[in-house]
Design a protein around this ligand. Structure first.
Ligand code: NAP
Length: 168
């Protein structure tokens, strides 16, 4: 039976690259993000290139209700999730502390911290006792190494946070 990974923030960057790697390794993929057109495009490309299934889910990880509603409404066949990759996020507020824009801080906390917590809290009950969680945030060369490792050897029942997001 094929395994399933849920990747948040799969419309670009690390998340998209991870979806491509896992799909190429024969995993079914739940891909998420806010840009529906990109999700639809990626889902079509992955299913055309590999013998797998892809479920695109369009939602904002900052929106607590949206996150819980979407996960609760997952079709039954998608409720077995083997790996959760908490990748959705961004890097704002890199100014000096005194020049920083408080809105940037709020967005970072709402996305990178609270978004990760909402998704994990919603998805974890579907994974407990059998599976794995990965929180991935790091620079690209290391990300590639970790993703490859994940497709091969991560032991079950592991909360794997190789390079945690700030605050997590
Ligand atoms: N690149 C780096 O060197 C680096 C270094 C350290 C940490 N990171 C972290 O690694 C992660 C991926 O980085 P990246 O460089 O691949 O970024 P990216 O190319 O900008 O991709 C970010 C992804 O996150 C999604 N996303 C952002 N805000 C979201 C929200 N509110 N709700 C749902 N999805 C959201 C975006 O999708 P939509 O826009 O479609 O929603 C996109 O798919 C981020 O969490 C970033 O903070 C990256």
């Amino acid at each position: 039976m094929k395994k399933t990974i849920l990747i948040t923030g799969a419309t670009a960057g690390f998340g998209k690259a991870t979806a491509e790697l896992f799909a190429a390794s024969g995993w079914n993929c739940i891909i998420t993000g806010r840009r529906k057109d990109r999700l639809t495009q990626l889902a079509a490309a992955l299913t055309a290139q590999h013998s797998i299934e892809v479920l695109p889910l369009c939602f904002d990880v900052q929106n607590r209700k949206e996150v819980f509603d979407v996960i609760e409404q997952l079709p039954a066949q998608w409720k077995t999730i083997d790996v959760l990759l908490n990748n959705a996020g961004l890097a704002l507020g890199r100014d000096s502390f005194e020049a920083a824009n408080l809105d940037d801080w709020e967005t970072m906390i709402d996305t990178n911290l609270k978004g990760l917590m909402y998704v994990t809290k919603a998805v974890l009950p579907l994974m407990i006792e059998k599976n794995r969680v990965i929180s991935l945030i790091l620079v690209q060369p290391l990300a590639k190494k970790c993703i490859r490792t994940a497709t091969d050897t991560v032991p079950p029942n592991t909360l794997w946070t190789p390079f945690p997001k700030p605050c997590v």
